[in-house]
Design a protein around this ligand. Sequence first.
Ligand code: NDP
Ligand code: MG
Length: 383
Amino acid sequence: MSKVITLLGSTGSIGTQSLDVCRMHGYEVFGLSANSSVDKLLAQIAEFHPKYVAVTDPAAFEKLSAALAGQANAPKLLKGADGLRELATMDGAGTVLNAVVGIAGLDASLAAIESGHDLALANKESLVTGGHLVTDAVRKNGVHLLPVDSEHSAIFQCLQDQHSAKTLEKILLTASGGPFYGMTTEELRGKTKADALKHPNWNMGAKITIDSATLMNKGLELIEAAWLFGLPEDKIQIVVQRESIIHSAVQFADHSVIAQLGVPDMRIPIQYALTWPERLPSPVPELDFAALTHLSIGTADDETFRCLKACKKAIRKGGLAPCAANGANEAAVAHFLRDEIGFLDIGRLVEGIVDSDTFGGDYTLADVHECDRMARAYVEAHI
Ligand code: NDP
Ligand code: MG
């Protein structure tokens, strides 16, 4: 099946796994983007021959321009956040896969949708910060929003039977629990960056790996699920599934529960977002039920893991509260990754911003960016 995609955030964990899927199925790559990983971009350009490449970091843009100077068939380069947004609007691709990390992906998500592209979305922060802008734009432009996040892909897969989907009653959003599952606040206090970067089941970018350790990732995913599937927070139950084999489940009106299972490998949800509604063979190994001795189930402790508590409060407040929680988290995680704050400070700062205002009401894209700036300033003032 021929397909042309633009891949935003191509040098990251999801980006490189997306290129594995493109390589496997011979998909054409129209556009690529990264922030500063010039060497990785050069290798990707040599293999996939994109027509356009966007680079957001100015120094990296200059370095890539110099490296490509004089090369025949070199891609056209686009610069900065404007370049990233422009790439997302370009006609050459049918689907835009957004694998940028953080709110830096929001404008490109909206640009892709508003220019009539289907959006395969890994960048959960787009829905967390601008949920109603994204979902309104999808409705208005009649495009498809295809989840890449493994849990949301699982839920989407469980809802493919339209008759059952109409009676969706509850979502069971699974969580691995991260490296610190079962620990007390006292045990969490001294946890370092090195401890937090050791995820039991998934190999991911640094920011989402820290989010998995704090359970912020599950809070962001709760908000993401509410926007994608239209259920209130109290109809989305978080279930800890330590082995990351059950990727999520749904419950219908008759209390029948349907789950999606598979080995923990992001290439399954990435591929499904690109092939939907079809399924194609995958390089991912099959789930070996003979070797599967048990599947553990537990609950998420939002009293200890304050980021999850804060996200639940944020979604109940509505408006820009999730955006504020996200902005504070992005800033706090950046400090934690530079060893400037402790592990528990992340939850303190995220909960602090959510508790600091009512955040209610409607918002524009400019309001979202202003709220994000305010949340980052809050973190600087309270670290
Ligand atoms: P990575 O950090 O591995 O990659 C992020 C990508 O975004 C890189 O290409 C990076 O470029 C680029 N980027 C970073 N900052 C900016 C910026 N300011 N502007 C534009 N581009 C930027 O992240 P992941 O692949 O782990 O995650 C990407 C998204 O997917 C996140 O939203 C995450 O929550 C979501 N996700 C990830 C999963 C995973 O398994 N990794 C699972 C489910 C969801 P450069 O390399 O130059 O820094
Ligand atoms: Mg996930």
